[in-house]
Write a protein that binds this ligand. Structure first.
Ligand code: CP
Length: 311
């Protein structure tokens, strides 16, 4: 799909490609204003606004934080039944479902395992759609909250050394984060087993922006020099070959207390979650662990987005 520059009031939010640095900084400012009650929300206007979440894959954080964000702005959330209870299960098409939702809601949050389905939905929707994850491709609002968390905790994104670790092939949050980071001046370490490297089109984006990056399978070799350690789980559900999955599980990374102690004292650990074996719960109590604060920022960043897109 050819993406036009982002227009706050008319665009679907599909990819981090749509944003310029100024757009991201606007979202940061609005988020900060909402967090400190400096932004006057027009609750009367929002009381007429309805958000619908259409999720074809499981979610805890994205769906619930969008719904909480809408409620905190004074808006309403459509109580959508499970996908199985919708008329989709009687054979209704996605196009028609999206058209119908557009008649009831002012904005649709869509998660779907297929990139093509997202594109189709965007073609038929009369109201803005926000991509909440399209297969292995992108998850732009996760990237926005990741970037906001870094900015908030470190004061600036420029100048940081960031390691992104794990299944960089299938994790859509990584793909959106990489696109987001091209708007800043950072030094990237892409740490993954050789089978799970960042796909070529996303690497090309880094190269187009002259972003400094290295690829390595060896986390120990970079842990001492980084400011941010961003970890993702092995995307089990995207790997169909059980033999390959077992092999990858055996050599996957484990972030534990011992490893964190090899890093700088001001290292910050982020994880978009779901976390599994790759991030030991013993790290949760360390000052470096920022991932539950990252979760919390998801609500205010999504409030900022909704306020800008519905404002
Ligand atoms: N980070 C994230 O997308 O979490 P959920 O799958 O729970 O929405």
């Amino acid at each position: 799909m050819t993406l036009k520059p982002f227009s706050w009031e008319t665009s679907h939010l599909v990819s981090m490609d749509q944003f310029q640095r100024e757009d991201i900084e606007l979202i940061f400012r609005r988020t900060q204003e909402l967090e400190t009650n400096l932004f006057p929300v027009d609750k009367e206007k929002f009381s007429q606004m309805v958000l619908a979440s259409l999720f074809f894959e499981p979610s805890t954080r994205t769906r619930l934080s969008f719904e909480v964000a809408m409620l905190r702005l004074g808006g309403q959330v459509l109580k959508l039944p499970d996908i199985e209870s919708l008329s989709l299960s009687k054979g209704e098409s996605l196009e028609d479902t999206i058209r119908v939702l557009g008649a009831y809601a002012n904005i649709i949050i869509l998660r779907h395992p297929s990139e093509e389905a997202l594109q189709l939905a965007c073609r038929y929707s009369s109201v803005p759609i926000i991509n909440a994850g399209d297969g292995c491709d992108e998850h732009p609002t996760q990237a926005l909250l990741d970037l906001y968390t870094i900015q908030k905790e470190k004061g600036s994104i420029d100048g940081l050394k960031i390691a992104i670790v794990g299944d960089l092939k299938h994790a859509r949050v990584v793909h959106s984060l990489l696109k987001g980071l091209t708007k800043f001046k950072v030094d990237l370490k892409l740490v993954s087993p050789p089978e799970l490297k960042v796909p070529e089109p996303f690497l090309r984006k880094l190269e187009e922006q002259n972003l400094n990056y290295v690829e390595t399978p060896d986390l120990e070799s970079v842990i001492g020099e980084i400011d941010i350690l961003y970890v993702v789980m092995l995307q089990h559900h995207r790997i169909s070959d059980p033999h390959q999955l077992e092999q990858l599980k055996r050599k996957y990374y484990v972030i534990d207390r011992k490893l964190v102690q090899k890093g700088q004292s001001n290292l910050m650990i982020l994880h978009p979650m779901v976390r599994r074996e790759e991030l030991s719960p013993e790290v949760d109590e360390l000052p470096q662990a920022a991932y539950f604060r990252q979760v919390r920022n998801g609500v205010s960043v999504r409030m900022a987005l909704l306020s800008l897109m519905l404002g």
